[in-house]
Ligand binder design. Sequence first.
Ligand code: HEC
Ligand code: HEC
Ligand code: HEC
Length: 126
Amino acid sequence: MRAIALSISLLVGLVGLAVAVAPAPGPAGAAPAVQGCPACHGAAGKEPGLDALAKKIKNHPATAATAVAQCIICHRAGPAPPPFRTVLHKQHLASKKFTATYKGTCTSCHKVDTATGTVTVYGLEK
Ligand code: HEC
Ligand code: HEC
Ligand code: HEC
C-alpha cells in the first residue's frame, strides 16, 4: 500500500514537473522553439544553416543568401529552379528526422494569424 502511494505521489510530481518545464505554445500552434527555419537551421548541434545547404547542392549558383527571404527570390516562381512551395514540403514532411526528432509540423514553418486567418511563412511575412 505504501509503495503504491509513494509511486502515485512520484507520478504526480513528475507530471507537475513536465507541465512546468513544457514551453507555452504560441498562438499559432507549434511552440516557439520550432517556428521558422533558424529554429532548426544554423543553430549549434542542429541542422546546417541555409547557406551551407545551398553550397552543398551540385551546380547551385553562388549566392550570398543566408535567410529564406533571400532564397525565395529565386525559389518562388518555378518551374526552374524548383519553388520552395514544393521542394520544402517534400524534403521535410517525408523526413523522419523532421517529424520525429524535431516534432516538426506545418506550423514549424507556417504562421497562422488567428485574427485574420492569413497563413504566411515565418521569415516571409508581408
Ligand atoms: C523543425 C525543424 C525544421 C524547420 C523549422 C525547418 N527545417 Fe529544413 N530541415 C530540417 C531537417 C531535420 C532536415 C533534414 C531532413 C533529412 O535529411 O531527413 C532539413 C532539410 C532541409 C533542406 C534539405 C537539405 C538537403 O539538401 O537535403 C533544406 C533546403 C531546408 N531544410 C530548408 C529549410 C527552410 C528554407 C526552412 C524554413 C522555411 C526550414 N528548412 C525549416 C528541419 C527543419
Ligand atoms: C540566384 C538564385 C538562387 C538563390 C538566391 C538560391 N538558389 Fe537554390 N537553386 C538555384 C538554382 C538555379 C538551382 C538549380 C541548380 C541545378 O540543379 O542546376 C537551385 C537548387 C536548389 C535546391 C535543389 C532543389 C531540388 O530539389 O532540385 C535547393 C534545396 C536549394 N536550391 C536551396 C536554396 C537555399 C536554401 C537558398 C538560400 C540560402 C537558395 N537555394 C538560394 C538558384 C538559387
Ligand atoms: C520546412 C518549412 C515548411 C513546412 C514544414 C510546411 N511548409 Fe508549406 N510552405 C513553405 C514555404 C517556404 C512555402 C512557399 C511560400 C512562398 O512561396 O511564399 C510554402 C507554401 C505552402 C502553401 C502554398 C502552396 C502554393 O502552391 O501556393 C500551402 C498551401 C502550404 N505551404 C501548406 C502547408 C501544409 C498544409 C503543411 C503541413 C502539412 C506545410 N505547408 C508545411 C514551407 C513549409
